[in-house]
Design a protein around this ligand. Structure first.
Ligand code: C2O
Ligand code: CU
Length: 429
């Protein structure tokens, strides 16, 4: 609803019961329902206001992952909402069209809150005509992919069994249900893929290896879409893809064994795992679609000029630490000057997976261990997988929202790692 020109949403975190496996009743948490949450949607330039009510019986928060906004509206661990309370953030949408998402961020408890089902998509639009399929739920489809483990009574088990990366479940749940199907009615379908898992890395493809067009990354459309047959996403990352189906045909979106890049004990961290994700089943007659655009009108925000960088910072990740330190809610790790472009050099010193997420900004991946990134890392990103023993150079600009008192977070989005302290706080002043 729009009240006095402000788009107003309400989200209530609540406990419920859902059939994530059909026929089995599982206690889950959701926003405004039993599991996951509604898709929120707003347009560049609009002001939004959200009423976030906590009806579960422990403190939580809601963080707007990928959103450019003031730090006190960010929903990180400093904006806790106590049980029974309502938090009312408001901000103006000031970034290109993109597939963002929202999820809890209570320090030390994020993995469990997301795993129980608290997550949803937050789609942004702008006034650029993309030419992409855009009929929500018909040919423009959110695909939230998570993995779960259920015990014999159908209860969610959150036990990582000492696994270095956290829990890897063997039940794949797409948009809150195992065995998900989408009925296709148009020649082209746009899938907005979100890795909403706490630890698992997916390599999305189709069972018949059909090619598709990768059109968007975390923070918006790729300036130049490209054709591929797979895309790897680590927890928190998104990809928008467009795939075509013949009338009356079927295919399956799957996850193939992901190349995790030189990890030790790859079997233990999911490098061999393959899953069906979403069955696509096409009607006997399909509505015609316009061809996928070969380029999108570039926006000023699409790239960050690394030549403008005033500061280079290094983040060396090892075990649960960044530069030898673990998260301290009372310590500011980095102070950034408002208006500056910076280069962040992030290295995974371990032989197991990590990734890296920065709040407030979208960054550009300049290079990976000195080499130009692949096309899947082009465009605006807020989360990037860190292959072992490699350095990722990221360029980002901290345009506004100076606030010396309220930090933003930067962390590994393998949520067990984040909970165990692989997180840093930075302020923009
Ligand atoms: Cu999606 Cu700091 O998180
Ligand atoms: Cu990590």
């Amino acid at each position: 609803t729009v009240v006095d020109g402000v788009r107003v949403f309400s989200l209530e975190a609540q406990e419920g019961t859902s059939e994530i496996v059909p026929g089995v009743s599982t206690p889950t948490w959701g926003f405004n329902g039993d599991v996951l949450g509604p898709t929120l949607r707003a347009t560049r330039g609009e002001r939004v206001a959200v009423e976030v009510t906590n009806s579960i019986d422990e403190p939580t928060t809601v963080h707007w992952h990928g959103m450019h906004l003031p730090p006190d509206m960010d929903g990180g661990p400093h904006q806790m909402v106590e049980p029974g309370d309502t938090w009312r953030p408001t901000w103006q949408i000031d970034q290109p069209a993109a597939t963002l998402w929202y999820h809890p961020h209570p320090h030390g408890r994020t993995e469990e809150h997301v795993y129980r089902g608290l997550a949803g998509m937050f789609l942004l639009d702008d006034d650029r005509a993309s030419g992409l399929p855009d009929d929500y739920g018909v040919d423009d489809v959110p695909v939230i992919v998570q993995d779960k483990r259920l015990d014999d009574d159908g209860r969610l088990v959150l036990d990582s069994d000492g696994n270095e990366v956290g829990l890897l479940g063997s039940t794949i749940v797409t948009n809150g249900v195992a065995g998900a199907v989408h009925e296709v009615t148009t020649e082209l379908v746009r899938l907005r893929l979100l890795n909403g898992s706490t630890a698992r890395v997916y390599d999305f493809a189709f069972e018949d290896d059909r090619p598709f067009t990768h059109v968007g990354t975390d923070g918006g459309l790729l300036p130049t879409p490209y054709e591929t047959d797979h895309v790897r996403l680590s927890p928190g990352e998104r990809a928008e893809i467009v795939v075509s189906l013949a009338p009356g045909s079927e295919t399956m979106l799957v996850s193939r064994a992901p190349d995790l890049g030189g990890v030790v004990a790859p079997f233990a961290v999911g490098a061999n795992d393959e899953f069906p994700v979403l069955r696509l089943s096409a009607a006997p007659e399909l509505a015609a679609a316009a061809p996928v655009p070969v380029a999108f009108e570039p926006l000023a925000d699409d790239t960050v000029d690394a030549d403008d960088a005033a500061v280079t910072r290094r983040f060396a990740i090892q075990d649960r630490s960044i530069n030898g330190r673990t998260m301290d809610m009372d310590r500011i790790d980095e102070t950034v000057r408002v208006g500056d472009t910076e280069i962040w050099e992030v290295t995974n010193l371990d032989l197991f997976p990590h990734n890296w997420h920065v709040h407030d900004v979208q960054f550009q991946v300049l290079d990976v261990e000195g080499d130009p990134p692949g096309p899947e890392l082009g465009g605006r990103k807020d989360t990037v997988y860190l292959e072992p023993r490699r350095t990722y150079r990221l360029a980002m600009r901290f345009e506004d929202f100076a606030d010396p008192d309220t930090p933003y977070m930067a962390h590994c989005h393998l949520l067990l790692h984040e909970d165990q302290g692989l997180m840093a706080q930075f302020v923009v002043t």
